[in-house]
Design a protein around this ligand. Sequence first.
Ligand code: DGY
Length: 310
Amino acid sequence: MAIDILIAGRLPPNVLPQLEKRFRLHQLPEERNEAGAFLQQVGGSIRGMLTNAAQGAPEQLLSALPKLEIISSSGVGTDALNMDIAEARGISVRTTPGVLTEDVADGAIALMLATSRRLMQAERNVRAGRWLKDLPLGNRMTGKRLGILGLGKIGQALAKRAAAFDMPIAYHQRNRNPDVPYAYHDSVVSLAEASDFLVVIVPGGPATENMVDGKVFDALGPEGILVNVGRGSTVDQPELIRALEQGRIRAAGLDVLADEPHVPDALLELENVVLTPHYASGTTETRLAMGQRVVDNLLEYFEAELQGAD
Ligand code: DGY
């Protein structure tokens, strides 16, 4: 009997033919109204779901899929997946760790340079026909102090890159890592005080919600730059906007926002903000690898059944 799989979100085109050969696929409509009717029709037969860190697996969707056995999610974040429900119902949850580490670290460096060197402002000036006119200078990145909030795999890949910029490196996370040579701070405020760049790479979820707040911005100070490639929920966004407007910090490079895909007008109006659309892992190489991994996770889960059907 065919195994019914729901695809929520978009997949790289290279993986679709592999799935089509093995499963009966159902694409979740993007329109909310259409999705409801669609789920009423097919939800009862779905046994596996492919999703991603942005689309997630919220309660409403999971309750429309009573026979769901596996969620195969593209990305490493699980904050958009309702893990409590998954656990209570015994649904297997698999993600794609490892494949995006280097690109997200590169993405953080790109935002650090774009903000400190005012690259987007310079580019906007050139496009508006103002060659070097009215353009404030940037600041040097080399030798500045880097604070990493969340020294996991991506944080360590970032630290490696920052060492090439002669940046002293410090970090904060729940526990000190005895295997790294970087300075540990036991609070985010203390880390911010010791940083010119504060880069946020912690996963989202209740434990890290609004961890970066007004006190942290004041500790970072008027020359400080915030970069977030982790989760928008970690940063108190209204307070960040106030801090940027009031010059309490110098700039922010944000790949993630509190309520994606909503971008507050106040952020769009600020010159000292660089915004990218949850895009730090957005290279062809990484997205193809993530797509392949979600498919492999699904094939692995149903392996015995698929072999039986061959
Ligand atoms: C993740 O893996 O959670 C990333 O944010 C996806 O790009």
